[in-house]
Design a binder for this molecule. Structure first.
Ligand SMILES: *Cc1c(COP(=O)(O)O)cnc(C)c1O
Length: 379
């Protein structure tokens, strides 16, 4: 008999995504919500998440790179899309043609954008990014006046239209961290410089999920929410997803590929980092680090199987890992849930993040392409 259940899958609850986006909208209104769908929608599937986000009223979608933005358009999205990460010499032609909002963090980037408008014969929708203290992308304050002036010149020449001015927070996940207020102040100065140059800044935006959830003064006209849209808490030390009114959208599950009884003293997996203290039953899970199960969770994480939480034992391998089933009766083919919303007692992506000494962003966004995505609650 051919099984209908795949070996391993990530089930994505699109109803949860819609509910999360609706929740974020009501929290930040009158500010608008941009749902950030970069990196294949944080591993959830970019186009499916985009559709769910739009259905729930996201007026913007955000992605890191140009190819992602163009793929959204080709996939049928007709709304506003912002992209922000580029290297010198990138061809903005397709993005300009597709009416995608592109970001300049520097004069060379603006020059690349303007060059594309010449080739395409269309005005580029431009946003300017200022570095207010993250020290990553964005023009540093000392280069801001020059970038603003160049944008003014390009706008006067009919090459670009300024649609927004923005920046990104470093420590919004630590409510009360003084750097957040300091970044807000630098951002306000940057906005004032744009206005002093005779330009309307368009949409002003600064907040990520954590800012959206914790600090109203960071909302401005628009908030850019990635993680919270997927139902995970960006401030897990302060509030759980449930406390924030969010529901995790991804459940990672598989089916046992083998079940075997082993005696006490059995070394498990590469390097024998675990030895069974007594006779037990081991289950083989067909998911490994190539599928996004971090090797760091070896001997640390738990999974939900046969109605209880059981520990992973031994090293996580590239394609598989091992669960200690104890004396529970399990058979090959039985379902194992690695993480999910936590309803039935299964661990959450946040718990996996803690077991791996990382953040839940990394747990979901690294789920590999071998894991089938299945969508629940579409339409
Ligand atoms: C990824 C990203 C976001 C979303 O951050 P979350 O913490 O997931 O909400 C927002 N803005 C920029 C510039 C990003 O790169």
């Amino acid at each position: 008999m051919i099984s209908e259940q795949p070996r391993a899958e990530a089930v994505i609850d699109l109803g949860a995504v819609r509910a999360n986006v609706a929740r974020l909208r009501s929290l930040v209104a009158p500010a608008h919500v941009m749902v950030v769908v970069k990196a294949d929608g944080y591993g959830h599937g970019m186009l499916q998440i985009a559709t769910a986000a739009r259905a729930a009223g996201a007026t913007w979608l955000g992605v890191a790179v140009l190819e992602e933005a163009v793929r959204l358009r080709v996939g049928g999205d007709t709304g506003r899309i912002l992209t922000w990460l580029a290297v010198p010499g990138e061809a903005y032609d397709e993005a300009v043609r597709a009416g995608i909002d592109v970001t300049a963090s520097s004069c060379w980037q603006l020059a690349d954008i303007v060059a594309a408008t010449g080739r395409v014969g269309q005005v580029a929708r431009l946003q300017l990014k200022v570095d207010t203290g993250l020290s990553r992308n964005g023009a540093p304050p000392d280069q801001w006046p020059e970038l603003v002036q160049s944008a003014r010149t390009a706008q006067d020449a009919g090459q670009v239209r300024l649609t927004g001015v923005w920046s990104h927070l470093a420590c919004a996940d630590e409510p009360g961290n003084p750097s957040v207020r300091a970044q807000e102040a630098v951002f306000r100065d940057a906005l004032a410089a744009v206005e002093a140059n005779g330009m309307a800044p368009g949409l002003r935006h600064l907040a990520n999920s954590a800012g959206a959830l914790t600090l109203r003064s960071s909302h401005f006209d628009l908030v850019r929410c990635g993680l919270a849209s997927y139902g995970l808490s960006p401030i897990p030390q302060v509030s759980s997803a449930a406390q924030l009114g969010l529901r995790s959208a991804m459940t990672l599950r598989g089916r046992l590929a083998a079940v075997k009884r082993v005696p006490a003293g059995s070394g498990v997996s590469y390097g024998h980092t675990h030895t069974t203290p007594e006779a037990t039953t081991l289950g083989l899970i067909p998911l490994g680090y190539a599928d996004g199960v971090p090797r760091q969770v070896s001997n640390r994480a738990q999974v939900w199987v046969t109605g209880s939480r059981r520990p992973l034992v031994g090293s996580v391998c590239m394609d598989q890992c091992v669960v200690d089933l104890g004396d529970s009766a399990a058979s090959p083919g039985d379902e194992v849930v690695l993480f999910g919303p936590g309803d039935s007692g299964e661990p959450t992506a946040q718990e996996w993040a803690e077991a791996a000494d990382t953040i839940s962003y990394e747990i979901v966004s690294r789920i590999g392409c071998r894991v089938v995505r299945r969508y629940d609650g579409g339409g």
